[in-house]
Design a protein around this ligand. Structure first.
Ligand code: NDP
Ligand code: 2IT
Length: 444
């Protein structure tokens, strides 16, 4: 079947899932030349199988809120592809979650995990539960109910969930406790665990730090330096905070960050200690940043952040946060590089604007793979019953993971006649390994 026909079928078979269609379309466009080179993949229906999840689990999550009222949410886990390892990928708790979001994220995860070079298949899960404004007790009740069902489907050699939007250390703790209680086993079934109970050093920092290690490779090839650069990092969650931290360590100035309500602009450079206190400890809105930094500005509406002039833009919040117009504004304001910490944060026409204008562009599945890569290292440490040092993991993340991914994506782009196009390069490099594994394993 032609790539075009496969995409038409995907759209027909998965109606009303625009994010999933978008993710599939980008990958299929990139890998079309690989299929021309490998007619055996066409014969074996590799792509037709790749776009259909191996298993999709949908379940009811009943829990009781603090006022004694029964609440019902929907739980999801999509086990997309296990050709190169157990299903691996985060859980997202956000009211916008539905099956189309989980499928787009699970599909992306297949190629991202492949790029890390580690043995991890692709999966993703989550719920339409909104942790915002809930008490710790309510979050615990929800997590316990969610895990009561999910535990039947996962395991350290089967499917290993982790965090994503709305799921951090607190949620992983509650879910791990419930898993252990129900299964009576202490295993590395989740990653992003606390450091006292099997978590890996650097996992908290990994996505953000990894993003900047990847960006450094992009800048090196352009002959630019991060030192002295002005950076905008959207979001103010796990990815954005640690990306901004690494930028500051390397001498860049981060001037703007956001949450879903609005963005802050601090011309003197964002005070990350204040952001961490607000977001990680007090779980408050970014608007309150002005209380400790009265000279900064707060602007209502998160999309305005892309009007802030910068050299480097890091979309670190959510999907489709940079549209064509935002991309054009960034280009007009002289942006040199865009590296995606969030999953699919740029729309297809925004990516076109960047590539056309020779802005260095680091696509999500390559640039943000550091988080899941250190999750893979957490799994390795759990299997060994050992913990590695912070410096060991951090160096492995930089040299063995992010620099390796950059080289592989760059090489694949050159091999297929599109030098510098890391979108195509990352898709092809991620696909090739999974395709070889699926082919070798027969029709399953
Ligand atoms: P967090 O929940 O820690 O933070 C998310 C941030 O993005 C918050 O500031 C949040 O604002 C903002 N945000 C969420 N949804 C929206 C929205 N619809 N519009 C505007 N802003 C929004 O999540 P992470 O930092 O972990 O995740 C951020 C992105 O990075 C996601 O795309 C995720 O898939 C991706 N990612 C995460 C990895 C990880 O290891 N955590 C690994 C690789 C990618 P508010 O507080 O107002 O909701
Ligand atoms: O999108 C992602 O790669 C993540 N949310 C991290 C997944 C993981 O298993 O650590």
């Amino acid at each position: 079947m032609s790539v075009k026909k496969i995409l038409e079928d995907v759209i027909k078979r998965n109606p009303n899932e625009p994010e999933f269609h978008q993710a599939v379309e980008e990958v299929l466009e990139s890998i079309a030349p690989v299929l021309e080179k490998h007619p055996e993949y066409k014969e074996a229906g590799i792509v037709e199988r790749l776009v259909e999840p191996e298993r999709q689990i949908l379940f009811r999550v009943p829990w009781m809120d603090d006022s004694g009222k029964v609440q019902i949410n929907r739980g999801f886990r999509v086990e997309f592809n296990s050709a190169i390892g157990p299903y691996k990928g985060g859980l997202r708790f956000h009211p916008s979650v539905y099956i189309g979001i989980i499928k787009f994220l699970g599909f992306e995860q297949i190629f991202k995990n492949s790029l890390t070079g580690l043995m991890m298949g692709g999966g993703k899960g989550g719920s339409d539960f909104d942790p915002k404004g809930k008490s710790d007790n309510e979050v615990m009740k929800f997590c316990q109910s969610f895990m009561t069902e999910l535990q039947r489907h996962i395991g350290p050699d089967t499917d290993v969930p982790a965090g994503d939007i709305g799921v951090g250390g607190r949620e992983i703790g509650f879910m791990f406790g419930q898993y252990k209680r129900l299964r009576n086993e202490f295993t590395g079934v989740l990653t992003g665990k606390g450091l006292d109970w099997g978590g890996s050093l650097t996992r908290t920092e990994a996505t953000g730090y990894g993003l900047i290690y990847f960006l450094l490779q992009m800048l090196k090839d352009m002959g630019k330096e991060i030192k002295g650069a002005t950076v905008v990092s959207s979001g103010s969650g796990n990815v954005s905070i640690y990306a901004a931290q690494k930028c500051q360590q390397l001498g860049a100035k981060v001037v703007a960050m956001s949450d879903s309500n609005g963005y802050i602009y601090d011309a003197e450079g964002i005070d990350l200690k204040a952001v961490k206190q607000l977001k990680e400890v007090e779980r408050k809105r970014l608007k309150d940043y002005l209380k400790s930094r009265p000279k900064a500005q707060y602007v209502e509406g998160c999309s305005g952040i892309w009007n802030v002039k910068c050299d480097i833009a890091l979309p670190n919040a959510t999907q489709n946060e940079i549209n064509k117009k935002a991309a054009e504004t960034l280009v007009e304001n002289g942006v040199w590089a865009v590296a995606e910490g969030a999953n699919m944060p740029s729309t297809p026409d925004a990516i076109k604007v960047f590539l056309k204008n020779k802005v260095a562009f680091g696509p999500a599945k390559a640039a943000n793979a550091g988080g899941v890569a250190v999750s893979g290292l957490e799994m390795a440490q759990n299997s060994q019953r050992l913990s590695w040092l912070f410096e060991e993991v951090d160096e492995y993340l930089d040299k063995n993971i992010m620099q390796h991914i950059y080289r592989e994506a760059k090489k694949a782009a050159e091999e297929y006649g599109q030098p510098g196009n890391l979108v195509v390069g990352a898709n092809i490099a991620g696909f090739e390994k999974v395709a070889r594994a699926m082919y070798a394993q027969g029709l399953v």
